[in-house]
Design a protein around this ligand. Structure first.
Ligand SMILES: [Zn+2]
Length: 308
C-alpha cells in the first residue's frame, strides 16, 4: 500500500527552492495483514524505513550512513533485524486507524529546520533524502501521539502534528557548527528566537552538532507554574532541538532518533521525566535497549500532558 506522493515546498536559507515530491510508503507485508506493518519512504527506487513482521523489527537504512561502511556505493542499503516483542503505539495506531482518523482532535503545526551540519553530515547534502528522513521520523512520532489515550477514556484523542514548512540551511539564529561539543541549552535558546517560529505551534531544529553531557534532544517544557515555560503552541520558546550525533558519533539507529523526538515533544506537551520507570518514552536516559513500552507514554506522562 502506498500513500499518494506528497509534494512539499522546501526553503533553502529562507528562499523557496521549489517543490519536492516525496514518496512515503505505509502498509503491511503481503499475507501478513494482522502481524506486520511497513513504514518509510522511497528514495529513487530504494525503500528506507522499518518493516515489522512476526515480532521482529527490520530496519532498512542507507549503507553509506554507517561509518564502517562509508565506501559503499550510493544507493546500497543495509537491512538489520532486532528481535522485539510488540511495538507499542506504532502497532496500535495501525489497528486503531479508523477510529483515530474519525475523531477530530488537535493538530499542531510544525516548522522543520535542518541546519547545515545536518544536511552535510547526515545526508551528504542530498536535500531530498534529508527531507524524507526527517518527515518520516515526524510521521512515526505523530502516530505515537495520535494513538495515545491521554485522558484514559479508552480512546485515542487524536492529538498530532502537521508539517507546515520545511527549511534547510536556514542559519538565522542557529549557532555556527562547532567541532567541539557545545551546550545544548545555548543552541536551543538562540534557535527559539527564530522569527519564523511565530507562524507555527512548534519549531524543530535537526542538527549534527554534538552536545555536552550526551544530550541528543533539548526542549522547553510546557509547565503551568513556570513563568519561563514554553513548549507547544506557546507564544515564546516554542522550540526544540534534536541532534543525530551523540558525542562524536552519528546515531545510526533511526528508532533512537525517533524516541528522542517523541521524548522532547512529550516535554513540549508538559510531561516530566518518569521516575524509576526506565522503558517508557519519558525516561530521563535512553539505554538503547528497547522494550515493548519504549514507544509509549507511561500513565504518569499521559496524566501530565492531559492536565495541561
Ligand atoms: Zn527529557
Amino acid at each position: 500500500m502506498t500513500r499518494p506522493d506528497t509534494s512539499t515546498e522546501i526553503y533553502d536559507a529562507g528562499i523557496s527552492t521549489g517543490r519536492l515530491v516525496l514518496k512515503f510508503v505505509e502498509g503491511y507485508v503481503e499475507d501478513h495483514l494482522n502481524s506486520s506493518f511497513v513504514d518509510g519512504f522511497l528514495d529513487v527506487d530504494t525503500f528506507y524505513g522499518i518493516v515489522y513482521l512476526e515480532n521482529n523489527l527490520y530496519h532498512i537504512e542507507k549503507m553509506n550512513k554507517f561509518p564502517e561502511l562509508r565506501k559503499a556505493k550510493d544507493g546500497e542499503s543495509l537491512i538489520y533485524k532486532r528481535k522485539f516483542v510488540g511495538l507499542g503505539s506504532f502497532y496500535d495506531f495501525i489497528r486503531n486507524k479508523k477510529k483515530v482518523l474519525s475523531n477530530k482532535g488537535n493538530i499542531c503545526t510544525l516548522h522543520i529546520f535542518m541546519d547545515e551540519s545536518f544536511t552535510k553530515k547526515i545526508c551528504n547534502s542530498d536535500i531530498k533524502y534529508c527531507v524524507s528522513l526527517t518527515v518520516s521520523s515526524v510521521k512515526r512520532v505523530n502516530s505515537i501521539f495520535r494513538s495515545t489515550d491521554f485522558n484514559s477514556d479508552g480512546y485515542p484523542d487524536n492529538i498530532g502534528f502537521r508539517i507546515k514548512r520545511i527549511s534547510s540551511n536556514n542559519t538565522k539564529n542557529v549557532p555556527k557548527y562547532n567541532d567541539k561539543m557545545i551546550n545544548s541549552k545555548m543552541y536551543l535558546e538562540s534557535f527559539a528566537l527564530h522569527p519564523d517560529l511565530k507562524d507555527v505551534c512548534l519549531g524543530i531544529a535537526f542538527t549534527a552538532q554534538s552536545f555536552k553531557n550526551n544530550v541528543v534532544g533539548v526542549s522547553y517544557a510546557a509547565l503551568p507554574y513556570n513563568f519561563y515555560g514554553g513548549g507547544i503552541c506557546s507564544r515564546y520558546y516554542n522550540a526544540l532541538v534534536i541532534s543525530y550525533f551523540h558525542g562524536n558519533r552519528e546515531i545510526v539507529r533511526q528508532d533512537l532518533n525517533d524516541i528522542a523526538l517523541a521524548h522532547e515533544l512529550g516535554h513540549s506537551f508538559g510531561s516530566f521525566h518518569d521516575i524509576n520507570q526506565e522503558y517508557y518514552l519519558m525516561s530521563a536516559k535512553s539505554t538503547g535497549v528497547l522494550k515493548p513500552t519504549s514507544f509509549t507514554f507511561s500513565k504518569r506522562s499521559r496524566d501530565n500532558m492531559y492536565s495541561e
